[in-house]
Design a protein around this ligand. Sequence first.
Ligand code: NAP
Length: 456
Amino acid sequence: MNIESINPANGESVATYKAMTSKEVKHIIDESDLDWKNWRKTSFDERSQLMHKAAEVLRENKASYAELMTLEMGKVLKDGESEIEKCAWVCDYYADNAKEFLKDHKVDTEASNSFISYKPIGIVLAVMPWNFPFWQVMRFAAPALMAGNAGVLKHASNVSGCAIAIEKAFQKAGFPKNIFRTLIIPSNQVAEVIKNEKVKAVTLTGSTPAGKSVAAIAGSQIKKTVLELGGSDPYIILEDADLELAAKTCATSRLINNGQSCISAKRFIVVKEVKAEFEKLLSKYMSERVVGDPLDKRTDLGPMARMDLRDELHDQVTKSKEMGANCILGGVIDHNSEGAFYPPTILTDVKWGSPAYHEELFGPVASIIEASNEKEAIEIANDSFFGLGAAVFTKDLKRGEYIAKDEIEAGCCFVNDFVKSDPRLPFGGVKGSGYGRELSAYGIKEFVNIKTVYIK
Ligand code: NAP
């Protein structure tokens, strides 16, 4: 079987990869397990040196990695370069902090000595999405490897070139060959990897159906999972918001990565007094973006990652319009283009029951929903299957803090800013957005044996 990367800007083939056989996959896992048996005994200082080196390799190859992402999934070049910088940051962050995060923790009991020790568990399988081809992987790999685990990656099929480049980056940095390996396999081969007894846990970032399937198989094998799934982040715009700031920030967040980010702003819940003004400003900022060739440095928005994803998004827009939403910007496909382009689009007066109200719109489409007051805005924000991120816009910081902390059902809530991931802060969702946390001290403790040692 072959796995192909197709350039979404023009529909041309970038490369074709031969999928690995079950025998090849098993061999890689066996080798990885052998290397892990030595790796688990290395000191934090040794691992730290290598992880800093990985950061250097990433920075040195920033331009070529960014170009590869552009070719495989349409990310604009300048965003790819920032993504690689962020990957280097997460490597440096865990290289500097893993030792402190995972140091033994003494607990006073009746014993002469009792403490908690954080021990590596072995090979962790990472099933990853295409939208941030390097960042999604590095934010798993940096803590996992620093904790003394080994990683095997099953990346999204359309970014196999990135998957191979990441494996090579770790090898270039001097990591033992099999401590981070890439498996070129289709998703129907993931079950056999999870069932391999040498694979101890699974982390998946991706859609809800993929998460359900992987978690069910892992559960049947008593293997832990972390799931980072979709989101439909609500952004509440209150009547006392700085509307310029709100509209600018919302446009930026909605269009990051061409709208294909789990933590993009997706639903805009606007209090009725300011709805008309917010719509005007959001239209202004969303329509200002330059759409075009993602390799051109002047471009802000490239194509979506795949044609089928573009068509799926357009179906959601069409159905939402049929169910009463008004399209005040975009919403029309240019069929003369060979690429998977979709224009910045705004749907307003989005109705309960329609796709734009309940589903994740994974592309450059904003859904505006009117609320009569703060209480109703919070209810609408929480009326969602998802619970990844959220934001509130108000000039009253105490009011914003209260809503963010006590009212919103999400893994994070930002006030007067858009949601972003940061190595120093835990990242993850509640409800249908998944469970477990990545990044920060919490992320590195997901895949360790939290071991009690008790000495009488
Ligand atoms: P996807 O279709 O679920 O794919 C994600 C990964 O899972 C890919 O490697 C895919 O492989 C694999 N996969 C798909 N179905 C599978 C199955 N039944 N069993 C095992 N593996 C399976 O998601 P996507 O379209 O790439 O990514 C978009 C989704 O990811 C969005 O919902 C987005 O919100 C979410 N996401 C979440 C976060 C977060 O941190 N919460 C971050 C980024 C993205 P193939 O490519 O070979 O199918």
